[in-house]
Ligand binder design. Structure first.
Ligand code: IPM
Ligand code: MN
Length: 368
């Protein structure tokens, strides 16, 4: 029996519905396993730009620092495209301020879900890979980062900059995780063109010497994008920089049938293997999908990405491996019963609502 403090940051669009679904499942876990999940929440993203009474970013960051973990929804939307502060700054600022350099995005095809994939079924059978995306460096944060106007017109620059230390720690994250799986790491770069990638590859090779039991291969990002479609089942752990990880994780995710299913964990340290109750690393947990303004507020959103993110939180931040397993199994159970939200339902088939899907998962947890 234990008490955990979490900060919930629903954000915009369907972020609100899916985080509330995940909280319902966490509450069910709490009742079933006699834990208390105390949650505070705060406005972030577009909603806080619209609301002059919303707490400033520094205050939200301070709340996040105090919490055992953060459950994040999604931020952004066309409404704020020309806002002076972009909603995305909320999540980018939190990642940096909390030092969440390791973003873990598992891509797995659940049994029976092959039909929902846009890729031929024989290719997606058995897909079970993890993308480890460096999250606090690279093109997203590198300086210079600015726009200016010259006589010849507008110009802009962002810099893809990495230090050896940043590459070293994300590589170690990948190798440690690979040790809990099939001991294969694919490092993704653009070393045929970019200096930063040549350095990335050198450091990867250096780190590999400390992990003689793990096989390291290198892939160029363009050909990796192709291989993710043609032979996704051949990958295990993929590690890459911030920008490449953003792009390839959406690509890999949709192969499983929907972006709506996939969770992510952003961690400030190496995830430890094995169970145990010790407090693990600080983390922020969010589905990888966006705010989907077109379906927001209509109870059409798939809550599974957020629910699976909560399962990740149980495992990594709270050290509750059994409880995490129960949530994952409940999600598999709901899918096995044939429940499909609109994003997953085949054309013409009936889709369940966000609440109905959440009810089914909660019932599965209750029954475990
Ligand atoms: C993601 C999102 C974010 C990113 C946006 C919302 C800033 O696309 O988590 O993948 O680019 O990192
Ligand atoms: Mn993205």
């Amino acid at each position: 029996m234990a008490t955990f403090d979490l900060l919930v940051l629903p954000g915009d669009g369907i972020g609100v519905e899916v985080t509330s679904a995940a909280q319902r499942v966490l509450d069910t876990v709490g009742r079933r396993f006699k834990h208390t999940f105390r949650s505070a929440s705060a406005a972030v993203g577009g909603v806080s730009i619209d609301n002059p009474g919303a707490p400033p970013r520094a205050e939200t960051t301070a709340l996040a620092r105090k919490a055992d973990a953060v459950l994040f929804g999604a931020v952004g939307g066309p409404k704020w495209d020309d806002a002076p502060v972009r909603p995305e700054a909320a999540i980018l600022g939190l990642r940096k301020a909390l030092g969440l350099f390791a973003n873990i995005r598992p891509v797995k095809i659940f049994p029976g879900m092959e039909e929902a994939s846009p890729v031929k079924n024989d290719r997606v059978n058995g897909v079970d890979l993890i993308i480890i995306r460096e999250l606090t460096g690279g093109l997203y944060y590198g300086k210079p980062k600015r726009r200016w106007t010259t006589k010849a017109g507008r110009q802009g620059v962002d810099a893809m900059r990495y230090s050896e230390r940043e590459v070293d720690r994300i590589m170690r994250t990948a190798f440690e995780l690979a040790r809990t799986r099939s001991r294969r790491v694919t490092s993704v770069d653009k070393a045929n063109v970019l200096e930063v990638s040549r350095m990335w590859r050198e450091v990867a090779n250096d780190v590999a010497k400390d992990y003689p039991d793990v096989t390291l291969e290198h892939q160029l990002v363009d050909s990796c994008a192709m291989l993710l479609v043609t032979r996704p089942a051949s990958f295990d752990v993929l590690v890459m920089g911030n920008m490449f990880g953003d792009i390839l994780s959406d690509e890999a995710a949709v192969i499983t049938g929907s972006l709506g299913m996939l969770p992510s964990a952003s961690l400030a340290g190496l995830p430890r293997s094995g169970g145990g109750r010790r407090r693990a690393v600080r983390g922020l947990y969010e589905p990888i999908h966006g705010t989907a303004p077109d379906i927001a507020g209509q109870s059409k959103a798939n809550p599974l990405g957020a629910i699976l993110s909560a399962a990740f939180m149980l495992q990594y931040s709270f050290g509750l491996a059994e409880e995490a397993h129960v949530v994952n199994a409940a999600v598999e159970g709901a899918l096995a019963e044939g429940l499909r939200t609109a994003d997953l339902a085949p054309a013409g088939a009936r889709a369940v609502s966000t609440e109905q899907m959440t009810d089914a998962v909660a019932a599965g947890v209750e029954a475990a």
